[in-house]
Structures are given as structure tokens and as C-alpha cells.
Ligand binder design. Structure first.
Ligand SMILES: Nc1ncnc2c1ncn2[C@@H]1O[C@H](COP(=O)(O)OP(=O)(O)OP(=O)(O)O)[C@@H](O)[C@H]1O
Length: 690
């Protein structure tokens, strides 16, 4: 009898399924993006192919030709079983799950794995032995290591086994006959195709369900790499945010710490300031109380001040009157002083005998006797000339007198110069007699001129208190061989002695350098320059003899601003060249000029003594220059310097006689130079009043 069961489908190998593609491979492939991607078919197509295969209409396929001719039933049965096994194998190949997926339990394969092999071996023809030797479905789906585990599962899943048993029971009559199949599945007879078919259908159903579930799982798994990537990105982002947050936290922590420190410092400062504030408040209160007491005191002082102001006004008025009186007294003093000077004579003669120097111990001195301070007696120690000669002067200075003694007698004349008089001081005498020593002195023992400078500036300072401001102008002139030289200039220039335009008795030197002196040091510098430029040479009487007449002129211009009064005085300080005997002279022309000018000086003085109408001032540059001092409005002081030595006796007597004649010379009264108010010193009309 032919079975009514549908014939099993002929086995047709599926195109494109030469290689099994696992979902895990796809995941790997998509993850790596290369490899065998070209050979790997999309999963959905695999699944559809599989589905197509499984859901393909069950039209009976034609049996292969060789089988038609042989025992058909046997072959059909065998072929059906083989086909099922083939299908199972193909199905296993196509739907092979990745190792990570759970394996599908197969009651059939598990339970019959051992028995089937024997059954198959016994029931399946030899031609199908190869197929029957294939591993069962569950074994094919699982890795080899899970075989023992599969057996364990078989025992641990009775529900599934019972379910399978129930399905077999429902599906086949053979199954229903074995009631003892609860413990073990009922064996389907190889010829029971229906049961086997149902069993296969059931398995197919189960597998399909599992397959669909696994497809769903797979689709979920396919999205997992993306999710993983997103999650990783999120993780990285979160880590970055966490890092930033940690960094911010750290920064904030530092800021908090810094601000905490600042707060602590500010709190300390605040505490200190509070303490200071408290102190200051206390001081403020003290100051307030002091202020109150001082205000009261201030009030009293103001009253005192008003009283003092009144008294001050009275005192100022009184002071004004006193100043007026002082000025008048000063004027009277000047008048009296000059009267005294007049009484002493407008021309006075001081005689000074110098001491022998240490280098002159071998030289013999004349006999000198000093009768009083104004009388000296000279006696020669040589034979017939041993007559005594007595000379009287205004003052005689012995060899042992000091420079200060000399200047004490000179200083009243300097005072007269500040009062507006012309003063002339000159030294006359033989070469080496001590003229330069008297006028200039030496560095550690200064003479009349430096002391005059000091006195002038001292007096000027004291005169300031009386309202006088003085200006000093200085010129330094040299007469050498009857030629004028400017001692403050090395230039060769024409210089002449000229008559002053506004005063016939006054003269001036043209083209001479005039320096305005502001302090004593400046004047000393000028004096040093002049001394350096002066002509000196060695003589028998003096190793460093002045071979010219040197005239230092200081013009003193005083201004009283309050009274608008100007006082002009002058001081002529003359260091004459030393007279020398032509017999001993080395430079004859020089000696002749010196002696001639000194002789002219003598003539002028004698002419004045004899009250001659004509006084020959212009016969020499020296007398011409000293004309105002000798015969005009001037107070004159002449030093007669004498050497103490016997070999100088004749020259000494000659000088002393000349000085005596000068001393007896009666000059007209000196007149003070005063300039009316509102007239300048440079452009002034001189009023020759007493
Ligand atoms: N009173 C004195 N005390 C000490 N030394 C003096 C005195 N007088 C003059 N002398 C010294 O005598 C020397 C000559 O004096 P000084 O040069 O003054 O003479 P002089 O008259 O100026 O001579 P000359 O006319 O040749 O220039 C100098 O060395 C000077 O120091």
C-alpha cells in the first residue's frame, strides 16, 4: 500500500549557501568593515532564504531517476529520512548560531542521540550510512565542549521532554500506544512517516519560533555596536565633563582657600584698624580738649598781639627817629673823623725802618735811635760822616713792629674812603728797603693792600645795616719806563692818563681793565694776577726788585636807596719802584726812568710846599697819575721805607729828607665827593663840598 503521506521533497542544495554565515560573523564584519564582507550576504536575505526554504510549498519533488527504477518504497522511506537528515543538516548550516547565542534545545536529538545511532545503523540502508554518521542536530548546533552539558540539560528539562512527548502523542497513533513514554520519549518507528512527519513539523515549528526569536535577538545585537559606540562616546564626553568639573572644582577650591585667607587677613586688618580707630578717637578727644584750651589761649594771644602791634608801631616810629638820628650822627662822625684827619694833615708820612734779614747778618747797620714814636735819629758809623741826623714824621715804625701795627694807623684812612674821600697811600724808598713788604706783605704776613681789602668788605657789611650798598671797582696799573701797562691784561694796548670831564682835579686812565669785585677772594685773585704780571728784576739791594711803579685803584661806590644818596670814594695804593744809585745800577735806562719819576715826584711836592703856581705833575706818568692825591681832593699817606744798613746810609738820609719835606707840605683841605639825589655814579656831577 502506497503511503498517503506527501512525499518528501527532493533535496536541493540551496544556491549561495556554500558557506555558512553566522550572525556573529556579520557583527564582526560590520564592526571591522572589511575582510570577507563581499562574500557575506546580508542577514535578512539569509533569513529570507531560510524562510523561503522552510515555507516553500510542499510540492513533491521528483525523485531522482535511478531511484524510480529500484525498490520504490524502500528507497522513498530511506530517501525521506535522508532528506530530513539533509534538511536538518542544511538547516543547521544555515541557521548556525554564534557561540554567544543560546543553543536551541532539541529533545529529539538529545534524547535519541545514542539510540538513534543504533537504530539508524540497524534500520537505515548502507547507502545512507554516511548521512546517518553525521552528528545529531543539537550536537551540530553546539560546540563540542557542550556535549556533556547537553546531556545534563536533557535530564534537567523534563518539561520540554514531556511537551515533546505530548506533541508526539497528539500527532501519531504509534506514540499514543506507548504509555510508558513519560520517562523516555517514545520511539517512532522508521516506517511511521506520519508520526515522523508530525514530529518534524513540530520540530520545525519549534525551530522556527526559536529562529524568529533569535532573529529578533540578532537585530537587537546588531544595534548594540552602535549603542556601544554611542555609549563609549557618551562615556568619553562624560569623562571629559568630569575632568572639567574636577578641574573647576579644584580651581574653585583654590579660590575659596584664597578668599578664606583674604578674609582672615582682612579680619585681622579690620581688628587692627578698629584698635587704631579707638586710639584715634581717644587722641581726637584729647586734641579737641587741647584745641579748646588753645582757642582760649589764642584769644588771649590775639589780645596780646594787638597790644604788641601797638607797641611795635610805637617802637617802629621810635626806630625811625633813631635811624634818622643815627644817620645824622654818622654824618657828624664822618665830619669829625675828617676833621681829625685834617688836623693830622692831608698828607701824612710814616717812616718804617726794616730789620736786617737772616741772610743779611754780616751787613753793618747804621746807628738808629728812636726818640719817640714820631722821631728817629740816624748816625753813620763811618768816620767824618758820623753826625747824627734827626727826622720827625707822623709816625715812625721801628724794625720790630708788626704789619698789624702799621695797618692800625692806616685803617682810619680806609674809613674815609668809604665816606666818599679819595685816599692815596704810597710807599717810597730805596730798593730793598721794604716797600713791597709794607704794601703787599708776604703770604703769612700780609701788608696794607690785603688788609685794606678785608677792612673794606667788613665795613661794607656793617654799612648795610645803615642802608648803604657798596660796589667796588678795581684797576691795576703799572708804570714801567714811563709806559702804562694794564696788569689785568696781557694785551698790548694804548693807555693814557686823561683828565676827567666833570672834574679838572680828577684824572682817569683810558682803556684799562676795570673789574667789579664782589668778595674779598675775588679781589685777592685779581691782586695775584697783577703781581704776577708786574715787572721784577734783581738789583744789588733786592734779589726780586720791583722795577716799576704799581698803582692799585679801588673805587668805592656807596648807594643809600632810602635817601637816594650816592657816595664815591677811591683808594690809590702805590708801590713805587725802588730808587737806585746809578753807580750800582745794572739796567741803566730802567734806573734812570725810576729815579727821574721819583725826582719829579719830589719836585711836585716841593712846588706844592713853595706854593708855586705851576706844579709840574705832567713831567712824569707817576706824578701825573698821583696829581689828585698830591695836590687835589685827596688824603695822602706816604710810607718812607728805609734800610738799616750802613752802606744804604746816603740813600736813607736822602729819603728821610724828602719825606720830611713832604710831611711839612700843606695841602688844601680835602673835599668829600657827594652826588645829589637822583644822580647816577657813572654819570654824576661832583659836588665838592666839605
Ligand atoms: N719789616 C720787614 N720785616 C721783615 N722783612 C722785611 C721787612 N721789610 C722788608 N723785608 C724783606 O726785605 C726784602 C726786601 O724787601 P722789599 O722787596 O719789600 O723791598 P722793596 O723796597 O720793595 O724793594 P724794590 O724797590 O727793589 O722792590 C724782602 O725779602 C722782604 O721780605
Amino acid at each position: 500500500m502506497e503511503s498517503r503521506l506527501p512525499k518528501p521533497l527532493p533535496f536541493r542544495p540551496m544556491q549561495g549557501l556554500t558557506k555558512n554565515i553566522l550572525p556573529g560573523d556579520r557583527i564582526k564584519s560590520s564592526a571591522t568593515g572589511g575582510g570577507e564582507a563581499g562574500n557575506v550576504q546580508p542577514l535578512s536575505r539569509d533569513m529570507s532564504n531560510s524562510r523561503n526554504f522552510l515555507t516553500r510549498p510542499r510540492a513533491r519533488a521528483a525523485s531522482p531517476e535511478p531511484l524510480r527504477t529500484n525498490n520504490r518504497a524502500k528507497l522513498r522511506r530511506s530517501r525521506s529520512a535522508c532528506d530530513v537528515n539533509e534538511l536538518r543538516g542544511v538547516g543547521i548550516k544555515r541557521t548556525a548560531m554564534p557561540p554567544t547565542l543560546p543553543s536551541v534545545p532539541s529533545k529529539f536529538s538529545r534524547t535519541t542521540a545514542t539510540t538513534t545511532s543504533t537504530t539508524t545503523t540497524s534500520s537505515v540502508p548502507t547507502g545512507t550510512q554516511q548521512r546517518a554518521s553525521r552528528p545529531p542536530l543539537a550536537a551540530a548546533r553546539k560546540p563540542p565542549v557542550s556535549t556533556s552539558r547537553t546531556a545534563a540539560r536533557t535530564t534537567s528539562a523534563p518539561a520540554q521532554t514531556s511537551k515533546f512527548a505530548a506533541s508526539t502523542k497528539t500527532g501519531g497513533a504509534a506514540a499514543s500506544s506507548s504509555t510508558s513514554a513519560a520517562a523516555a520519549p517514545k520511539r517512532i518507528a522508521p516506517y511511521d512517516f506520519k508520526a515522523r512527519f508530525h514530529d518534524l513539523l513540530e520540530k520545525h515549528k519549534t525551530l522556527k519560533t526559536k529562529y524568529e526569536k533569535q532573529v529578533d535577538d540578532l537585530s537587537e545585537l546588531e544595534t548594540m555596536p552602535q549603542q556601544l559606540e554611542e555609549t563609549q562616546n557618551k562615556l568619553i564626553e562624560t569623562e571629559s565633563k568630569l575632568k572639567n568639573t574636577l578641574s573647576n572644582n579644584e580651581s574653585l577650591y583654590r579660590q575659596v582657600k584664597q578668599q578664606t585667607d583674604e578674609i582672615a587677613s582682612l579680619t585681622a586688618t579690620l581688628g587692627r584698624l578698629n584698635a587704631e580707630l579707638t586710639d584715634l578717637k581717644t587722641k581726637h578727644e584729647q586734641i579737641l580738649s587741647e584745641h579748646q584750651s588753645l582757642s582760649a589761649e589764642n584769644l588771649e594771644l590775639r589780645q596780646c598781639k594787638e597790644n604788641l602791634q601797638q607797641r611795635n608801631e610805637a617802637a617802629t616810629e621810635e626806630n625811625k627817629n633813631l635811624q634818622e638820628q643815627l644817620f645824622k650822627s654818622n654824618m657828624e662822625r664822618k665830619v669829625l673823623h675828617n676833621n681829625v684827619m685834617d688836623l693830622k694833615g692831608n698828607i701824612r708820612v710814616f717812616c718804617r725802618i726794616r730789620p736786617p734779614l737772616d741772610t743779611e747778618i754780616g751787613r753793618i747797620c747804621c746807628s738808629w735811635n728812636y726818640h719817640d714814636e714820631a722821631t728817629v735819629e740816624i748816625q753813620s758809623l763811618e768816620g767824618q760822616q758820623a753826625t747824627k741826623q734827626i727826622f720827625t714824621f707822623d709816625q715812625v715804625f721801628q724794625p720790630n713792629c708788626f704789619q698789624t701795627d702799621i695797618f692800625d694807623m692806616v685803617s682810619p684812612l680806609i674809613q674815609s674812603a668809604l665816606d666818599g674821600y679819595n685816599i692815596c697811600i704810597f710807599a717810597y724808598g730805596q730798593t730793598g728797603s721794604g716797600k713791597t713788604f709794607t704794601m703787599d706783605g708776604v703770604a703769612d704776613n700780609v701788608g696794607v693792600i690785603p688788609r685794606t681789602v678785608d677792612l673794606l668788605f667788613d665795613s661794607i657789611n656793617s654799612y648795610k645795616n645803615m642802608g648803604w650798598e657798596y660796589e667796588i671797582r678795581a684797576t691795576f696799573l703799572e708804570i714801567y719806563n714811563e709806559v702804562l701797562y694794564d696788569l689785568l691784561s696781557n694785551e698790548a694796548k694804548d693807555m693814557e692818563i686823561r683828565m676827567a670831564k666833570n672834574n679838572k682835579n680828577d684824572i682817569y686812565v683810558s682803556n684799562i681793565t676795570e673789574e667789579c669785585v664782589m668778595d674779598p677772594n675775588h679781589l685777592r685773585q685779581l691782586m695775584a694776577t697783577a703781581k704776577m704780571n708786574r715787572a721784577t728784576a734783581s738789583t744789588i739791594g733786592n734779589e726780586r726788585s720791583s722795577r716799576s711803579h704799581a698803582v692799585t685803584k679801588l673805587q668805592l661806590i656807596g648807594r643809600h636807596a632810602a635817601r637816594q644818596e650816592i657816595s664815591i670814594g677811591s683808594i690809590n695804593l702805590v708801590d713805587l719802584a725802588g730808587s737806585e744809585s746809578p753807580k750800582t745800577s745794572i739796567r741803566m735806562t730802567e734806573t734812570k726812568n725810576i729815579n727821574r719819576s721819583l725826582s719829579e715826584l719830589t719836585n711836585c711836592i716841593l712846588a706844592l710846599l713853595q706854593k708855586q703856581d705851576h706844579v709840574p705833575y705832567r713831567n712824569s706818568k707817576l706824578t701825573h697819575l698821583l696829581m689828585p692825591a698830591l695836590g687835589g681832593n685827596s688824603k695822602t699817606l706816604m710810607f718812607i721805607n728805609v734800610s738799616p744798613f750802613q752802606d744804604c746810609y746816603h740813600e736813607s738820609v736822602k729819603s728821610l729828607r724828602f719825606a720830611t719835606s713832604v710831611n711839612s707840605c700843606k695841602m688844601t683841605k680835602a673835599k668829600r665827593v657827594r652826588i645829589p639825589n637822583n644822580a647816577s655814579a657813572n654819570n654824576s656831577r661832583i659836588d665838592n663840598s666839605v
